[in-house]
Design a protein around this ligand. Structure first.
Ligand code: SF4
Length: 366
């Protein structure tokens, strides 16, 4: 797995954001060297010394070329640096908060009560991000800090007009008063990922652990639509909602035809997803007819529909075009049977933490 935390030793006392630059093979820092950069001074097999306006930063256990251009959040007192934005990755996500007002049965990142305001650090990180990046914002629930989030988006999008955002939100906290603020943003550069798990309010509410959540998300999806937002509807496929997937497809086609994408997602074996695995994991390789019928219906109604996190060989050949590789690079893994697979270059494989006995009855390319 690609490490997202580095062991460091820093001169500074307070936390800060800096971009690491190795300039390997170059005579010295080029013209675009920023005051928020730290340049590589020396490196041996064990550590690399970077220097910049914030003083010396010694990074342990990495080849400097692997972190060149990375934007890290250094916490000197804990001797760690979080790789907020990795220069060579398309999968950079900033965790806005660990608080959430829902408690989904399959939550991969169970909520916590405490909150640390990271917006100022994230702003700096986005200013330094590589050109034309798409940056994910997630939680917890980012819109619990809606005013700060809008301000963050306004600032960063104004200053970095080449950068797009993908924001995961339960959409519980919008109201009509937000329309003006939403319209102030360039909404063509933001994709809002919003979970809807069932067309039956009681089932959705049970899955997210919040009475009334379905009615609210429905209402607020309309507000997002009215504002002109791009929406990626997200449905994690689990035993409680799998039998109703076709009904959900019909609901999407009738009530939410304005969405950009409907993503049907396989379950991640971490957090509550791991705790509740046996009661939740739906073996779509054996029960693909439920998925196939929903997919056929939504595609026939012009809804762009995709399967996220489905190993390709668990999907019938005629549906594989709908299953892009979606698992982030740092948490993607393949199992023993993948070694000689002809589909591997297109397949997203498994989450690193997926059980070794992966649970798919149909596996491997026939
Ligand atoms: S065998 Fe592995 S690489 Fe091949 S399709 Fe299945 S999961 Fe993907």
């Amino acid at each position: 797995m690609i490490p997202l935390r580095l062991k460091v030793d820093a001169d500074a006392v307070d936390p800060y954001v800096v971009r690491l630059r190795s300039f390997e093979g170059m005579p010295g820092p080029p013209g675009n060297f920023d005051y928020l950069d730290a340049a590589l001074e020396t490196a041996d097999g064990e550590n690399a010394l970077f220097t910049g306006a914030t003083g010396n930063l010694r990074v342990f256990g990495v080849d400097p070329s692997e972190v060149d251009g990375d934007i890290v959040f250094v916490v000197p007192s804990r001797k760690i640096a979080h790789r907020l934005i990795r220069a060579n990755s398309q999968h950079n996500t900033l965790l806005i908060t660990e608080r959430c007002d829902q408690l989904c049965v399959m939550c991969s990142q169970p909520p916590k009560k405490h909150h640390v305001d990271m917006f100022p650090f994230f702003e700096t990180a986005v200013f330094l991000a590589p050109e034309n990046s798409t940056i994910g914002l997630s939680g917890g629930e980012p819109t619990l800090f809606k005013s700060e989030l809008f301000e963050f988006l306004r600032e960063t999008m104004e200053r970095r007009r080449d950068i797009d955002f993908h924001i995961l939100t339960n959409a519980q906290h919008f109201d009509r008063a937000d329309l003006a603020k939403l319209r102030d943003l360039d909404l063509s550069r933001i994709l809002w990922g919003v979970p809807v798990y069932s067309s039956v309010g009681a089932i959705h509410d049970h899955i997210v652990g919040k009475p009334g959540a379905f009615d609210r998300v429905r209402k607020n999806l309309s507000i997002l639509c009215e504002a002109g937002a791009k929406i990626e509807l997200r449905t994690v496929l689990i035993k409680p909602n799998a039998p109703g997937l076709l009904d959900l497809a019909k609901f999407v086609a009738v009530a939410l035809p304005f969405i950009d994408t409907w993503a049907i997602m396989q379950l991640e074996n971490i957090g509550y997803g791991r705790q509740n695995w046996d009661s939740l994991f739906f073996d779509s390789s054996q029960g693909f007819d439920l998925v196939g019928r929903a997919l056929d219906f939504s595609i026939s109604r012009g809804i762009n529909t995709e399967l996220y996190n489905f190993p390709l060989c668990t999907v019938p050949a005629e549906y594989r075009a709908f299953a892009p590789s979606t698992i982030s690079d740092w948490k993607r893994a393949y199992v023993k049977g993948c070694a000689d697979c002809s589909l591997r270059s297109k397949c997203g494989g498994f989450f690193e933490w997926h059980p070794r006995v992966h649970g798919y009855g149909r596996f491997g390319v026939a």
